[in-house]
Design a protein around this ligand. Structure first.
Ligand code: NDP
Length: 244
């Protein structure tokens, strides 16, 4: 591993913290928060698929290019990554009812850049820093639990909308009984589990980035639900049951 790798990952993680602070003030303009003034737009589905495919491609190229061993703990984590992104980049957009929704090119371009760097750093780290057996086992259990929560919560949201519409409804059932954004909570648990499993700084950095992106967005969604629906359940929190 070249000595410059750790400083680069540290700087990348610091950027996540700064980004999280910015996103607390300015909600990323896609989905329900899309608004004018962010430049040219493209169809949401096309943007989504392209930006999410970059991550597994970058990870595999970096892992392979750095001589990563496929039949190893690292190889297993590469498979987990590919499994997540097969869902996120292919299955999820096929199920989503986005109608004619568009997203700013700027959002898609930032996500492409993020996924390229994040996938590359994680591919290199998995090749250069194989995980230990204990953290791998514990982390994989947490990762799988997070993925299950995320997919289940996504499924409830995707079932709310009538085909051909862009309407919103109050989600109910599952963890929606207690929080507005269990899909984000699941995603955060997932990448925290991955960081424990991989036990390297790049995986930790992705967990920090996930919190930086999704905590502010959960707070924004929660505020939006209260503004939009008079009968929004008052006891529901944004992201962490009973706490936040
Ligand atoms: P949202 O919760 O904003 O939306 C998820 C989907 O459900 C969208 O298709 C949305 O439509 C639809 N939807 C949401 N709420 C409702 C509702 N109340 N009624 C009807 N339809 C609804 O999630 P995101 O788009 O922000 O993210 C999608 C997935 O990607 C999540 O699982 C998230 O965890 C993951 N993600 C991960 C990130 C990371 O850093 N690891 C970063 C960003 C996302 P519409 O788009 O039209 O609003």
């Amino acid at each position: 591993m070249p000595p410059v790798f750790l400083p680069i990952v540290t700087a990348w993680t610091a950027l996540a913290v700064v980004t999280g602070l910015v996103l607390l003030r300015t909600t990323a303009p896609y989905g329900r928060h899309v608004r004018a003034g962010w430049g040219p737009t493209l169809p949401h589905r096309a943007g989504w698929v392209v930006m999410e495919l970059v991550s597994p491609a970058a990870l595999v190229l970096a892992f392979d290019g750095a001589g990563g061993e496929a039949m190893s703990g690292s190889g297993l984590l590469v498979l987990c990554w590919l499994g997540h992104y097969a869902y996120r980049a292919v299955v999820y957009p096929m199920r989503a009812r986005w109608g004619r929704r568009r997203m700013p090119v700027l959002v898609a371009a930032s996500a492409v850049a993020f996924n390229a760097v994040n996938g590359t750093l994680n591919g290199l780290a998995l090749a250069w820093m194989p995980p230990g057996t204990e953290t791998l086992a514990i982390g994989l259990v947490v990762w799988a639990a997070g993925l299950a929560i995320n997919v289940h919560a996504d499924g409830i949201l995707l079932g709310l909308r009538e085909p051909g519409t862009e309407d919103y409804a109050i989600p109910r059932g599952g963890l929606y009984r207690w929080i507005s954004c269990p899909n984000y909570l699941g995603e955060i648990i997932e990448w925290t589990g991955f960081a424990v499993a991989a036990w390297n700084p790049a995986a930790l950095s992705f967990a920090v980035w996930t919190v930086a992106n999704l905590l502010p967005r959960a707070l924004a969604h929660h505020r939006w639900y209260h503004e939009r629906f008079d009968d929004y359940p008052a006891h529901r929190r944004a992201l962490i049951p009973g706490i936040l």
